[in-house]
Design a binder for this molecule. Structure first.
Ligand code: PAF
Length: 277
């Protein structure tokens, strides 16, 4: 596995590598969710590029950015173990050169939910994803469905900016008890970790209700809130909503939809979703 840290090195390396190229963007702290993206990219593409960049512009609080785990040696070993050909590990200065001022801003799918809870977050995500796509010009780029709003933002971004790439979305990878794998899970106490799967169970119960014919968004949201309220360690429910998968507008029937939710356990905010199909 070749490691490069500058854009010219990335472009030169890619010129020597066969197409199609698959890109797996990460912020490191690589887990099974990321590895499932790499495995799909490996199956689809002749060259797999992964990026590790803890993007400062998508963090709200400086403290979260400082606390973000950076186990670089372990990450590199995991990516190499899955057959990644090239890993791009730029510095903050490489990505945001002096005088940097361009921001990719979306309304539409970036509004509400995570966009409201984390002001500026999707500007940071959209800007860095646009940069990574333009730096590497992959044929396909891989994202996890767990961050469903991010997926909707990235899909809109590549349409709006005519970036010629296929966005591949992989299912959420879960622990044995259903908890969606996330770097945030490590911050849960033992007690919180034991309670956390109630989140997945509430979403799954509503998905089952939808499948058995109960397709009223307000009732599904209410049912989900009622189940979440049963777990005292969910100190707050930030949102529960049935949304259109592409636009993140309220679902009004017809077309693919998702039940999305965010709950707080102490300092940890968990997000998850269920595909209603
Ligand atoms: O999902 C993530 O890890 C990040 O938001 C991404 C897409 C790598 C952009 O920094």
């Amino acid at each position: 596995m070749l490691q490069v840290s500058t854009v010219p090195e990335l472009r030169a390396a890619l010129q020597r590598m066969p197409r199609p190229v698959g890109l797996v963007p990460t912020m490191g702290a690589v887990h099974e969710g990321h590895l499932s993206l790499v495995r799909q990219a490996r199956a689809d593409c002749a060259t797999v590029v992964a990026t590790i960049f803890v993007n400062p512009t998508q963090f709200g609080e400086a403290a979260d950015l400082v606390r973000y785990p950076r186990p670089i040696e372990k990450d590199l070993a995991l990516l190499e173990g899955e057959g990644v050909d090239l890993v791009f590990t730029p510095s903050v200065d490489e990505m945001y050169k002096p005088g940097f001022t361009t921001v990719v801003h979306l309304d539409g799918p970036a509004l509400g939910f995570e966009g409201e809870a984390r002001p500026g977050h999707f500007d940071g995500v959209a800007t860095v994803v646009a940069k990574l796509l333009l730096q590497s010009l992959p044929d396909s780029a891989y994202f996890g469905r767990k961050d469903a709003q991010q997926v909707a933002v990235v899909r809109r971004l590549v349409i709006d900016l005519d970036i010629p790439v296929t966005i591949a979305v992989m299912p959420t990878v879960r622990e044995h008890d259903g908890l969606a794998i996330s770097s945030r899970n490590a911050a849960l106490s033992e007690e919180q970790r034991l309670a956390a799967p109630a989140f997945f169970l509430a979403l799954s119960a509503m998905r089952d209700r939808y499948r058995s014919g109960m397709q009223d968004a307000a009732k599904l949201e209410e049912g989900c809130r009622a189940l979440l309220a049963r777990e005292p360690l969910f100190e707050a429910v930030d949102y529960v909503a049935v949304v259109d998968e592409q636009t993140f507008a309220p679902w009004t029937g017809g077309g693919p939809c998702l039940l999305v939710a965010a709950v707080r356990m102490g300092d940890v905010r968990l997000i998850d979703n269920a595909v209603l199909d």
